[in-house]
Design a binder for this molecule. Structure first.
Ligand code: AMP
Length: 174
């Protein structure tokens, strides 16, 4: 499926949230019903026959595509959250990102060794956020981990920070 036409619906915001960052604003894509539906179907088409049991969505923009993907696949959704938000026992990892430092948390009972997991975020920049999420999920020993984004900023080479043995897909590359 050719999704190139959807790129024009994404808005560039220069110097947000800090100087030098060109922020890819997906709200202009998400607010259009047919565009959102196309994204949802395209995400699910990548994983339909792979026995996926859980999608992990990264807070907060990863919750949108991650929920749609999980719903389309009929599998579970697991939130990877900012620190202090999850109510039960958690595991956590601190990492560097394109702007600043952050920590990500998962409930320690969210994933088990029978799971086939898709990790989803809206955008791949340096890969630090997804790498932290992957490292956390890996400690739970799932059968298989896939990595997925709506948007990839290719010039930042974020894939180099992601594990080589993991299939990484993105719908829209800039
Ligand atoms: P990174 O860890 O550098 O790959 O950054 C990815 C995370 O930061 C994702 O959750 C994105 O939502 C957000 N992010 C980083 N850079 C941008 C950008 N230029 N435009 C939009 N979101 C970004």
């Amino acid at each position: 499926m050719n999704l190139e036409h959807l790129k024009a619906a994404i808005r560039d915001i220069p110097d947000f949230p800090s100087k030098g960052i060109v922020f890819k604003d997906l709200t202009t894509l998400l607010k259009n019903g047919p565009d959102l539906h196309e994204i949802g179907v395209a995400l699910a088409d990548l994983y339909r026959e792979l026995g996926v049991t859980k999608v992990v969505g990264i807070e907060s923009r990863g919750f949108i595509g991650g929920s749609i993907l999980a719903y389309e696949l009929g599998c579970g959704f697991v939130p990877a959250r900012k620190p202090g938000k999850l109510p039960s026992v958690t595991i956590k990892k601190t990492y560097a990102k394109e702007y600043g430092v952050d920590t990500i948390e998962l409930h320690s009972d969210a994933i088990n060794e029978n799971d086939v997991v898709v990790l989803h975020d809206d955008l791949l920049a340096t890969g630090g956020t997804m790498r932290a999420c992957y490292d956390l999920v890996k400690t739970m020993n799932p059968k298989k981990i896939y990595i997925n984004f709506v948007v990839e900023l290719s010039a930042l080479n974020g894939r180099e920070n992601l594990p080589e043995d993991c299939e990484v897909t993105s719908l829209l590359k800039f």
